[in-house]
Design a protein around this ligand. Structure first.
Ligand SMILES: C[S@@+](CC[C@H](N)C(=O)[O-])C[C@H]1O[C@@H](n2cnc3c(N)ncnc32)[C@H](O)[C@@H]1O
Length: 197
């Protein structure tokens, strides 16, 4: 088992697994997953709903992904090493764009979200799970204090991003699942408002 999977196990058992199980099967048509990491979403795709799948990561963990993918031969994805802030796809290429626990580390999150908007079809859907700044205090303030140190230890990961507000400000209409673990985790789906900027 990859170290990351071991680190994530308690969070998966406390609810993330259930959220993945609920959200990932909603992927349909041409699908782009950003930042698949070790492939924790792979068990939950419904291959019958998917016409193509691209798994792209800034630091593609090809060896681990290829090994896990042996268990899901129907998925047959294209594996690409790319950055979400510069996606090499034309406008309106995908029906579904998925990102789970990725945007805490994207240095320029606005640029990344704008790239997702560009490559998503007008009637397309995003599916996401992210950890965010908790709404409750003193947890929220504690996460603010810890973030500068945590960023240095964990590849630029922010503990205090307000990702749902950020997506909404860029024109995404979100359908959220109940937040998990004292509102540290948020997940849901979203589509572009007709009037999106
Ligand atoms: C914490 S892991 C999450 C892995 C998996 N999605 C999950 O739900 O467990 C974050 C992943 O996002 C990738 N990533 C971070 N910034 C990225 C970027 N700018 N473009 C593409 N991938 C990125 C990292 O390389 C890493 O594989």
């Amino acid at each position: 088992m990859a170290m990351y999977d071991l680190f994530m196990k308690p969070f998966e058992e406390k609810g993330l697994k259930g959220l993945r199980k609920k959200l990932i099967p909603k992927a349909r048509g041409s699908v782009l997953e950003i930042g698949p990491g070790t492939g924790l979403n792979l068990p939950y795709y419904d291959p019958e709903k998917i016409s193509s799948l691209v798994l792209m990561d800034r630091e593609l963990n090809r060896r681990v992904l290829e090994k896990k993918l042996q268990g899901y031969p129907a998925l047959n994805p294209d594996l690409r090493e790319e950055n979400v802030t510069a996606l090499p796809y034309p406008e309106a290429s995908f029906d579904t764009v998925i990102f789970t626990l990725v945007f805490c580390t994207v240095a320029d999150a606005t640029k990344g979200f704008k790239e997702i908007k560009r490559v998503l079809k007008k009637d397309g859907k995003i599916i996401f799970i992210e950890h965010i700044r908790p709404e409750t205090e003193p947890l929220g303030k504690t996460f603010d204090i810890l973030t500068p140190l945590w960023k240095r230890l964990a590849k630029g990961c922010h503990l205090n991003r307000k990702t749902e507000e950020h997506l909404q400000s860029l024109g995404f209409q979100l359908e959220l699942e109940p937040k998990l673990m004292q509102s540290i985790f948020v997940g849901g789906t979203g589509n572009l408002k007709k009037t999106a900027p």
